[in-house]
Design a protein around this ligand. Structure first.
Ligand SMILES: [Zn+2]
Ligand SMILES: [Zn+2]
Length: 196
């Protein structure tokens, strides 16, 4: 069983510049807020693969890989969802290298593995957490779940607001259109007869 680690002492590996090591560990991932909803990593403690390379000038090059699911409400239908997420994150830490080269997860030789894994999973979340990629969502009119009722229909009845709009249009156009349409048709007929 890999060891459970919230943080990891990089110095204890005694790596020299250019050397590297791959380590199996277990990390707790915690929970996430995404929009209005809360999500939890599943399982809460995941096995991770940590690649550690010692660079020149006491720097570290790090790679963290793991898989987890995020469980919470589907963003389309609100049913339970737990899509799998694959994480492959990298960090470079060069002490004294400035913000671009100093990792927020390394302090001294101590790697804050728990925070890094949590943030890396948050960054790897899909744009929408869905119960399945083709989730049909909810009916916009009655809220029925369209996954369990794909043939869902409301029949031919029309929204009363649209029905009113239809009546108005009919009243506006019918008085002027009637005679005009008839005279146009007459002209066409006359010209047509003249040319043949
Ligand atoms: Zn769904
Ligand atoms: Zn409906």
């Amino acid at each position: 069983m890999p060891a459970r680690a919230d943080s990891f002492d990089l110095a204890r590996l005694n790596l020299r510049s250019g050397e590297g090591k791959r380590i199996d560990l277990e990390v707790e991932l915690g929970s996430f807020r995404y929009g209005e909803e809360g999500y939890v990593a599943e399982p809460s403690v995941v096995p991770v693969l940590l690649d550690i390379s010692r660079m020149t000038a006491n720097g570290w090059s790090l790679r963290l890989r793991f898989q987890a699911a995020v469980r919470g409400p589907c963003m389309r239908c609100l049913e339970d969802a737990a899509p799998p997420v694959e994480v492959d994150a990298r960090e470079v830490h060069q002490p004294g290298g400035g913000d671009d080269l100093e990792s927020p997860y390394v302090a001294g030789d101590e790697l804050n593995l728990r925070q890094w894994a949590h943030d890396a999973l948050a960054l790897a979340l899909p744009a929408q957490v869905l119960c399945r990629p083709d989730c049909a969502g909810l009916c916009a009119r009655c809220g029925a779940n369209l996954n369990s009722d794909p043939a869902h229909t409301h029949g031919p009845d029309i929204d009363p607001r649209w029905a009113k709009l239809g009546e108005l249009k009919l009243q506006e156009t019918s008085p002027s259109k009637g005679p005009a349409a008839r005279s146009d048709a007459g002209d066409d007929l006359g010209r047509g007869a003249g040319t043949t």
